[in-house]
Design a protein around this ligand. Structure first.
Ligand code: ATP
Length: 211
């Protein structure tokens, strides 16, 4: 059986920035498939986001509105209570049995995978697409490296052969940007131009998010 590959990028997007967007666009071009962007509601494994869920979602929608291959899936924002990637992937897999999902993760996020809720179950539900993140080199814990070593590939076609369990190593244009850096800059009253799309900048300034 050959699966349809569906890459997805989860995150707090607090706020979305050009690092996220460039990464999603390049993966979409490489795999010739739209990328679904899935903003979290209230993630349990990290501090509460600085922007409200509705602000984070509105900025993500503004950023992607004119890009047909960047598709926002707001299911985690709509769900009440804690949100976990494993629950989202359980739901997606049930809805689309012919699809192989591929969770895009920065190397920093991937290094913490064993702290995600039911991470072993998650690996049965999705592939991973691993992207380097400049300035955020993070060695994998031994248990994760052992699991990951035989699963690494650079061939995107292989993702269609199975529904889960591979780690596709992607090369994308490195952009040393983070939402943490942007929140700091905005709190200091500085201009986020050229680090986020103009529509996101307009929203940030009009709604005084993070001020
Ligand atoms: P924060 O600084 O608040 O932790 P962030 O910038 O890391 O936020 P997230 O929403 O936590 O953004 O990230 C979502 C996903 O996007 C993660 O897998 C993360 O590794 C990845 N990502 C974020 N920024 C970049 C970037 N500049 N280049 C590549 N991947 C990125």
């Amino acid at each position: 059986m050959s699966y349809t590959i569906a890459p997805l990028l989860g995150g707090t997007f607090d706020p979305v920035h050009n690092g996220h967007l460039r990464c999603a666009l390049e993966i979409s071009e490489w795999l010739k498939s739209p990328v679904r962007l899935v903003p979290s509601g209230q993630p349990a494994h990290r501090d509460a986001p600085g922007g409200s869920a509705s602000d984070r979602l509105a900025m993500l929608r503004a950023a992607t509105a004119t890009y047909a291959t960047l598709v926002v899936d707001d299911r985690e924002v709509r769900r009440a209570g804690d949100t976990y990637s494993v629950d989202t992937l359980e739901a997606l897999t049930a809805e689309e049995p012919g699809t192989a999902f591929a969770f895009i993760v920065g190397a920093d996020a991937f290094a913490g995978l064993t702290r995600w809720r039911r991470w072993e179950r998650l690996t049965e539900l999705t592939h991973f697409i691993l992207v380097d993140r400049p300035g955020q080199a993070a060695p994998l814990p031994e248990v994760l490296e052992r699991w990951a070593a035989p699963r690494r590939t650079r061939d995107p076609a292989r993702l269609a052969d199975a529904r889960s369990g591979l780690i596709l190593e992607a090369e994308i244009t490195p952009l040393e940007l983070s939402a943490t850096m942007l929140r700091g800059l905005l709190r200091a009253g500085r201009d986020p131009a050229f680090l986020v799309p103009d529509r996101v900048r307009d929203y940030l300034l009009a709604h005084r998010v993070y001020r």
